[in-house]
Write a protein that binds this ligand. Structure first.
Ligand code: AHR
Length: 490
């Protein structure tokens, strides 16, 4: 109901109705050797005039730390399908400068495995490495696992020690290839069957070195046949099927309401892919459990072209981001890993120029909000809200979207509510069962219009705003138009 310019809605939370424990890896990130993501973003080198610590760009490092990303995928993306990891280890002066086949650039190899692992340690994020299953070999991938994880006195483990890293890196999550379904991919596969067999060959050699690693195979977002073949053939070898989704949107063309309807389709599609995985497992009697890794997702504007893939996102993209994160919380049981593409300078959360200036996008601030959710159980939410019709989805989309995480141990309820409405403030009646709070904080990202963005000239136009809230188990809260809200109730 919309009364006098105010959207009346309700959100009901039942803390006893547990969906699943929250896997915080859904708030993951992705960094690729592409444009100025690694070089100029994550890494500037020790001799740079841009402040750095051991070559890692300091302002970016601090901004990333602020997000507490639980997992970070590297080195690509398309880049991974032509990357030979041995180029990026050892003394910097002897590392080759290579023609980079995925994007047509040049790879100086200053930033390699040791630099990535050290960065993950400083940030406090779990490393997730994608091996080259394009023009690389299973043997090369197995050597990489040995370099990272082995404690033996064999060649690659000893090489790591020789490079000053006596302890194994214990990289647990490994991706076998990237988007092998695409002809733009170096070493692409002709079909899911070929990808299935290639995955088996890689898994077979990589697991001989370290049987404890978890493997991610290439899945497709809109090709069930591909997913069926990969799971049928490689199902007993993999732990996750990777899914990527970008919403390609025109700068002016796509209406705001259409953009923010898409997370509903993303959620339904992830559910459908998981159903396909489960049906295939049942049909072919695959015992291994397989979940989804949604390890690239974002909006993609036409200005984001190679070689830099830069774009300036705004509040509408922040609303999109909050909606996807809400969906991922609800899906945490079947999609325990997700990685936003990408963290810095490429389709970026963080924009960092060569002059040492930094801008945090509205999407960054949404991730910052969700980073406050330390853990707990995702519990079911329901509610009532007016809706609108999305033409692109041919479906009704409710203006309000909610998700909740309950930490019984901390006595804390995290309620994330997105108001999609472009103009109306929402008056939301909260009904919470099984939890009484005495204190509440309301933080939100809304800006003053859906087009608001942060730029070098105006870096703080959109920020996280905060209100104290006197909350009882049942009462109304006001949520600004086009806003992503976090209510922390204690
Ligand atoms: O994130 C940019 C690119 O998009 C990645 O390299 C690729 O995996 C995807 O197509």
């Amino acid at each position: 109901m919309i009364e006098g310019g105010i959207l009346k809605a309700c959100v009901c939370v039942n803390t006893a109705s547990v969906v699943a424990p929250l896997d915080r890896r859904i708030y993951g990130q992705f960094i690729e050797h592409l444009g100025r993501c690694i070089y100029g973003g994550v890494w500037v080198g020790e001799n740079s005039k841009v402040p750095n610590i051991k070559g890692y760009r300091l302002d970016v490092l601090n901004a990333v730390k602020g997000l507490k990303p639980p997992i970070t995928r590297w080195p690509g993306g398309n880049f991974a399908s032509q990357y030979h990891w041995e180029d990026g280890i050892g003394p910097k002066e002897s590392r080759p400068r290579r023609f980079e086949m995925a994007w047509g650039g040049e790879e100086p190899n200053e930033f390699g495995t040791d630099e990535f692992i050290e960065w993950t340690r400083i940030v406090g994020t779990e490393p997730y490495i994608t091996v080259n299953a394009g023009n690389g070999s299973p043997e090369e991938a197995a050597h990489w696992v040995e370099y990272c994880n082995s404690t033996r006195n064999t060649y690659y483990a000893s090489l790591r020690r020789k490079h000053g890293h006596p302890e194994p890196y214990n990289v647990r999550i490994w991706g076998i290839g990237n988007e092998l379904w695409g002809r733009f991919q170096v070493g692409f596969c002709r079909d899911g069957e070929e990808c299935g067999w290639r995955t088996v060959e890689f898994a077979n050699e990589m697991r001989r070195v370290d049987p404890s690693i978890q493997l991610v195979a290439v899945g497709a977002d809109y090709d069930p046949e591909w997913n069926i073949d990969v799971v049928r053939i490689a199902g007993e070898y993999i732990d996750y099927l990777s899914v990527h989704t970008y919403i390609f949107t025109e700068r002016q063309g796509k209406a705001y309401e259409e953009l923010v309807a898409w997370p509903k389709a993303i959620e339904e599609n992830l559910l459908a892919i998981y159903r396909t995985v489960e049906q295939t497992r049942a049909k072919y009697r695959i015992r291994r459990s397989i979940k989804l890794a949604f390890d690239e997702w974002n909006v993609w504007y036409p200005e984001a072209q190679p070689p830099y893939l830069t774009q300036v996102t705004s509040v509408k993209d922040a609303v999109f981001t909050g909606l996807v994160l809400n969906a991922l919380q609800r899906l945490t049981k079947i999609v325990p890993i997700a990685c936003f593409a990408q963290t810095v300078n490429v389709l970026p959360l963080i924009v960092a120029d060569d002059e040492g200036r930094l801008v945090l996008t509205p999407q960054y601030h949404v991730f910052k909000l969700y980073s406050e959710i330390e853990g707990g159980d995702v519990v079911s939410t329901g509610g009532c809200s007016p809706s609108y019709i999305s033409k692109e989805l041919d479906a009704a989309v409710s203006y309000l979207d909610s998700s909740a995480v309950y930490s019984r141990g901390k006595g804390r309820l995290y309620l994330t509510v997105v108001n999609r409405h472009p103009e109306e403030e929402a008056e939301v009646n909260l009904r919470i069962r099984g939890f009484t709070s005495s204190r509440a904080v309301h933080k939100f990202v809304a800006g003053s219009s859906v087009e608001d963005r942060n730029t070098f000239d105006e870096p703080h136009r959109v920020v996280v705003e905060e209100r104290e809230l006197a909350v009882k188990s049942s009462q109304a809260v006001q949520l600004p138009p086009h806003s992503v809200n976090l209510l922390i109730l204690e």
